[in-house]
Ligand binder design. Structure first.
Ligand SMILES: [Zn+2]
Ligand SMILES: [Zn+2]
Length: 275
């Protein structure tokens, strides 16, 4: 077992331990970050199999032990250039997880059971795919059987839920556009496709055809909207990330700041009067 692979498997195990131990803010957050780290290392392991130098960012200078290595984005590009690219569906999974991971790392983590479960299941699905088909390895024996069983269950449920969402969407498309021929077109001409649902982070949200936006994965209506500035879908109460649509909380914080500012001005005036 190479040092990178061993490191990756360890992150996978620790990430799962965080996830299975407790459904808390901190455990879920660290599970997502650690599983992302595992993905990064598994990708590097594939690069290293091709050539150990390929994990380094700059290979035109002398490589030392502490030389900077590539991130997920670069690793994916290098694999593609080597003719070892991952399929589009799997690549999209990583890009979605990377967005969530970046948000946690640089901005904020919104603890949501639904979203966390989906992110973790998607990460595990990618890892299982990549280890078996790209690295041509099996995790049995490298990871405890009880944890491996949990991983397999999550991936299985994730696939089942996606299949169910797809089935629901197709049923609806057929009832809405009875003339649509699924064999000739992927979706009816008039239908512009699904959007990422801000609740479950899966791409099964439909806006504009029901009374309220509907997610075929959540199987419920979602109080969502699309921001024309950053193009993200967001839950109306939470607002969107770019700040064009402040959520409810932001309003409260603003009111509190205004109140504090007013108080500071009054205090200053009182002090000026005394002097
Ligand atoms: Zn949803
Ligand atoms: Zn926005």
């Amino acid at each position: 077992m190479s040092a990178i692979y061993e490191n990756a498997v360890d992150s996978l195990r620790i990430g799962m331990k965080f996830f299975l131990e407790e459904r808390s803010y901190s455990n879920h957050k660290h599970a997502i970050l650690t599983l992302f780290h595992a993905i990064e290392l598994f990708l590097k392991e594939r690069l290293a199999q091709a050539n150990p130098l390929l994990i380094y960012k700059n290979i035109d200078v002398k490589i030392a032990d502490d030389s900077q290595t590539v991130g997920v984005r670069e690793a994916l590009a290098r694999l593609e250039n080597l003719g070892l690219g991952v399929p589009a569906d799997e690549k999209k999974i990583i890009e979605d997880i990377q967005r969530i991971r970046n948000r946690i790392e640089h901005h904020r983590y919104d603890h949501s059971e639904k979203e966390d479960n989906a992110t973790i299941a998607a990460s595990l699905k990618f890892i299982m795919y990549f280890v078996e088909f790209a690295l041509e390895r099996k995790l049995d024996g490298h990871i405890e059987a009880s944890i491996l069983r949990e991983i397999n269950n999550r991936v299985f449920e994730y696939n089942e839920r996606s299949a169910l969402a797809e089935h629901r969407l197709h049923e609806w498309l057929h009832s809405r556009w009875p003339d649509w021929n699924a064999e000739q077109e992927d979706t009816p001409k008039e239908f512009e496709g699904t959007l990422p649902c801000p609740e479950c982070r899966q791409d099964w949200l439909v806006i504009g055809w029901h009374e309220k936006p509907f997610c075929f994965h959540c199987n419920t209506t979602v109080d969502a909207s699309v921001c024309e500035e950053c193009c993200a879908t967001f839950v109306i109460d939470n607002g969107c990330g770019c700040g064009k649509y402040p959520g409810k909380d932001d309003g409260r914080i603003q009111a509190l700041l205004d109140q504090m500012r007013g108080q500071a001005i009054r205090e200053r005036e009182a002090r000026d009067k005394r002097e």
